[in-house]
Write a new protein. Sequence first.
Length: 568
Amino acid sequence: MLGAHVFLRLTGEGGLTAVDFLRTALVAFSGFWLVWGSSAAILGVFRPVRIDTGKSGGGPQGMTAILVPVYNEDPIATFSRIAAMNRSLVDLGISHKFHFVILSDTQVMETAAQEVVWFNRLIEEPDAIGRIFYRRRERNIGRKAGNIEDFIARSGAAYDYALILDADSLMEGATIAAMARRMDGDEQLGLLQTVPHVIHARTLFGRSLQFASTYLSPTFARGAALMAGNEGPYWGHNAMVRMRAFAACCGLPVLSGKPPFGGHILSHDYVEAALLSRGGWKVNLDPSMTGSYEEGPENLIEYAKRDRRWCQGNLQHARLVDAPGLKIWSRFTFIQGIMAYMASPLWLLLLAASVIAALFPDMPTAMPGFVNINFSAWTLIVAVAVVLLLPKFAILSRGMFDGHNRRFGGTLRSLASVLGEIVVSTLLAPTLLLLQSRSVMQVLLGIDGGWPATTRGQNWVDLKTAFHASWWIVAIAILTLGGILILAPASAVWVAPAMVPAILAPFLISITSRPTSNAGTPLLFATDSELSRPSIVDAQRAIFAAWTGQGTQDAGLITVRTAQHVTA
């Protein structure tokens, strides 16, 4: 509200127009969500860190099904991860408490045939017979959520817990065991969510995302866990659920009407967390649990494809906010998810309103004689920058004292990576803002984005492909900046920082998709899992190398060199 008041006074010299009131309302609304998002990180900075390596405690008591839903995935890469996790559990002597279940929704017949071939190889692994299972649905009704629901309906009663993974998930056996022991020790715990760290990134975009997920995200997650308490989030993978709680509470409705707002619920994970909370079960997020990994998109185009589905799924939650019996925090979580995407068009609307105000300075005013104050417009710019950047530098500062920075190569190396992440994210922000704004508009116009395929293993995007994906962004930016330069050149300084990167969108998309050097650990965006590689990562690389006849160095590049497959 303070920012809105300052903005109102800055724009109010000589009177306020209708556009000024609109811009002030947008500043107040958007500013609130900026501050709210940063507050989680600040809380996380001041919350004590507890690292749970999962190495303490005895064996788990309950039986756990480790569910791996797959959809047209590369079976060699996926099954090698399962083999590595299985060996980790075998080495701990607790494999008899864990079964792996591959739930295939694969529709490409060639890939389905390869799944059978590599499953036969997988069951040659230690203790695999009678513990590793495979089934494929001919019709993928309900997609991933329907796949899991089908397994629970048919076989869920045989297990106490289910560890739900994605095809690219990888977890240490000790972490899996620790999660099962937590479920054993708290009969009210319905879901336990870890914070997976991204691994195997090779491009500038991917490595920036990987560094942010590993260095910055755990602090944000600590703050979010503190705020949510026992009504935490569920992200759909790398999480363990209590089978009877999930079966009793998490049957998902098919929403009336057609997509994008009707049909199957896309962002099912947040809904399932809300339903567990409504049923009286604890839903906990624990950032202290190490040994949880996943892979991420390697370029902005693939990121945007996934983001489009999340956008539709989150906006679909508008129909569920007032569902009966939900906890207040669950409803607020839905609103947060909606605003994560609505924020982009709101900022775009604020920019458009500011351009209109610059182009038409003589609009009719209200409250004539409104007195301005001696503040520069840069005051608000600096305030926004502080809100965005303060959490990152607070995390860096804390890392100087608690040893966090040492795991990432020291404070100077961490500082370079934080600055690099800020540069990359700032340059790509206008492009991402326009992509998200388009996604929101498509959903609001009733255009169904469906379940777009994400291509794993695709790194470099050539300039032609990048331009084809972003030409409309370039056109909007050129028209906007050109119009301002012609009609209101004094205002160009405020518009150029957003429009110039948007004009360069094809170049930025292409450049950030280029693989980085493979010689040693790069200086920029180095992560703790690279400086001290986890045993599960080494095991998976070795298995993949043995299965494919490649060297272990090549096996580390599986996200680059495997055939292009798609995933849900």
